[in-house]
Structure formats: structure tokens, C-alpha cells
Design a protein around this ligand. Structure first.
Ligand SMILES: *[C@@H]1O[C@H](CO)[C@@H](O)[C@H](O)[C@H]1NC(C)=O
Length: 130
């Protein structure tokens, strides 16, 4: 898991968004941002699925907290798992907020003509962001 985190971090630094297909070669299908430690809890977990349309790129935006809700917890880690293991999966990225903040917007994008199936898990803690 530590190696995965480091890989993802490098990837983030390089491109600010991670393309899971590059990582597929390394058998990595989870994008891990941040680190969880004792006291962190799952704030939100959601599965995002969209089937593919020929020639189309499907996108899905995951917002935490959900519209109309308020979140008091600081986000410590975000795990984005691509459930398509065969390289047909999508491209996850963070388009707003993130680690150390109380909101995040995750953008999930499919390959052209492909579908997407991601599980996004957000970990955090109440009170302090450290
Ligand atoms: C998405 O992936 C999950 C985990 O592998 C699986 O259980 C689920 O059936 C998939 N969803 C669809 C609609 O294929």
C-alpha cells in the first residue's frame, strides 16, 4: 500500500491527474491520495458506474459533501478504485478540494467508447487536519 501511495504521488506531481492505464502495467488499479492513520474514518463511499456508448467519453463527477449537505470533517485520504481490471477503465482526477480540505470534487472519465466503474472512498477526521 505504501508503494501504491508513493506511485500515485509521483503520478500526481507529474501530471496532477493519474491515468490508471499507465499504472495497470504495474498491476495498480487504486489511486491513493493522502494517508490514513489511526482515528481516520470513512466519511463517504460511493460506487460510480456508467455504461459505454460507442464514440463517446462518459464522465461522472463525485462531489463530497453531497449538494445541500455540510461536512465538518477534514479529508485525509481519497482512494479511487477502478473496478475495470482489463485496462478498459477510466481516468480519475481531482478537480477541486482534496486532502486537508472539507470538500472534494472527483472527476471520473471513461475511455472513448468505454464505460466506467469506480469506487471512491473518502477518509477523514473531525477537528484537526493533521
Ligand atoms: C462495478 O464493479 C463492482 C466491483 O467489481 C461490481 O460489483 C459491480 O457489479 C460493477 N458494476 C456494474 C454495473 O458492472
Amino acid at each position: 500500500m505504501r508503494a501504491v501511495a508513493v506511485l500515485s504521488l509521483l503520478c500526481l506531481v507529474a501530471a496532477s491527474s493519474c491515468q490508471s492505464h499507465d499504472l495497470d502495467k504495474l498491476m495498480v488499479t487504486v489511486l491513493v491520495l493522502g494517508q490514513t492513520t489511526y482515528g481516520d474514518v470513512v466519511l463517504y463511499k460511493v460506487n460510480a458506474y456508467k455504461y459505454g456508448f460507442p464514440f463517446f467519453v462518459r464522465t461522472s463527477i463525485i462531489k463530497y459533501p453531497e449538494r445541500g449537505k455540510y461536512n465538518f470533517a477534514y479529508i485525509r485520504a481519497i482512494h479511487i478504485k477502478d473496478n475495470d481490471y482489463d485496462g478498459s477503465g477510466g481516468y480519475p482526477s481531482i478537480s477541486a478540494g482534496g486532502i486537508g480540505q472539507r470538500f472534494v470534487k472527483v472527476k471520473l472519465k471513461s475511455q472513448r467508447g468505454g464505460g466506467l466503474n469506480f469506487t471512491v472512498t473518502i477518509y477523514g477526521r473531525y477537528l484537526f487536519p493533521f
